[in-house]
Ligand binder design. Sequence first.
Ligand SMILES: Nc1ncnc2c1ncn2[C@@H]1O[C@H](COP(=O)(O)OP(=O)(O)O)[C@@H](O)[C@H]1O
Ligand SMILES: [Mg+2]
Length: 493
Amino acid sequence: MPESIVLSPPPVFFIKSISEQGYSLSTAVADLVDNSITAGARRIELLINANVSPLRLYIADDGCGMTSEELTANMRFPSADLDAGRAGNDLGRFGLGLKTGSFSQARRFTLVSSKSGAPYQARTWDVGYLKKTEDWTLIIEEETATEKLLQDFAETSADFHGRSESFVPRTIVIWDDLYKLERLKKQSEINDELEELRSHLGLVFHRFLQAGKIEIRLNNSLVEGFDPFPVNATGVQIISEDYWQSGDTFIRFQGIILPKRAAIEAREEISVWAPPGKTLEDCQGIYVYRNERLISYGGWLRTITRTIWLQFGRLKIDITNINDSEFHLNVAKSSLKLPFGLKRAMAIMISSVAGQASKEYRERLASGVTRSNTTKKGLSLITRENSAAGPVLRISHDFELLRQLESQLNAEQQEMLRTVTSLLEKKLNQVWKGDTAAPSEIGEGVAEADRQKISRLKKYYEEAGYSADEIREFLLESFGQNNDVKTFLETLY
Ligand SMILES: Nc1ncnc2c1ncn2[C@@H]1O[C@H](COP(=O)(O)OP(=O)(O)O)[C@@H](O)[C@H]1O
Ligand SMILES: [Mg+2]
């Protein structure tokens, strides 16, 4: 036997590094919801009272629960062999999600469970305790402590309206010392995170939710499923399904193209086209479902590049956990790669979705909905006009991109943009006429439009902290070193 020593990882270092695997609050909670679904749960209750400090999050389900031995075994890092077979409906992968997902958000977490009517048992991993013991010491909660946890859960649930009396939790995961959420100072930021969580769960579990297989409640309010493939909505074009064979399994894929009106309707608070808080642009691309659970969306998985032109295109792929290693699924179940063979098999469908989607986008631009009155106007950035003093160049605000940009700005931002373009216009004309010297000294007063611009610019630059002299110099340089401008500037000071 060669000489050897046992070199175990220091628990705290190990936990910190393994838990930063690309989790957000949403993906971490989704990983625990996966566990609940795999455990056969029909109801999943998420509770967090954002008004109480310190924060605590409960994820409870009515699934099969765990025995005392199972509880201990499942708290281990990792709890299963990656290469061991998994049931076809298992949403787990590495035997890690419970631990890494929890530690990505919490410094302490407890797993409470009961199986077949046996008394509840609880186990806790606590970074503070691990630091002290410097070993992988799992806390076995005493009976009174376990009862206290169950009681706190019941009380938190009762604090929210609409408590459902019939819910009996079999398993509760409790996150304490929520160091990431605690960092958010404002209540509204915590609420935004929770809304993001609601939207994420509604999207990734929509097939389960919409088929009535499960119910998820966040603070006792039902999470609504959101289907990104609204194939029954009027105007949606469907590209017929195709498949790629990998060994004995068939991987199905299908594309859809949303109708033009989606672009406008998706801006509403609630629409069939985009989940709350997301735009059509965010939602384009390839959606990969693994055992009915959405694991990847919002991009084209390195097949083509996302652009505004493709916002009407979506494509879904259905895989099972048999395909995991081919797809290089990561621990957070949030990223994956398409196998080369599948990419090749999908090439035609991808290009037809992309082609149709960008055609739809072009037509939308051309349709009366957003387009300026005349076609030509929208195509020229610089136009030539005849003025009393001869031809001048103008930057056209009918230019399609400028018009679209403007339409997304508020009044104040529009004004700033107009000021910038008018300055550009002045420079442009000077350069065009080869007239880079100071403009004419013979003034006929400063035009009203210029007066307004000068006043506005002065205000912007003052707010930005420039000195009076710097602003004066800049305004003279921009509007002409002549006496009229000088006189007008005097009136402003
Ligand atoms: N809510 C739950 N109900 C019942 N069993 C659970 C629950 N959560 C986790 N488990 C058990 O703990 C194991 C470990 O979970 P996890 O660390 O997420 O790894 P994985 O899901 O990849 O197996 C699961 O395989 C399952 O047996
Ligand atoms: Mg899991």
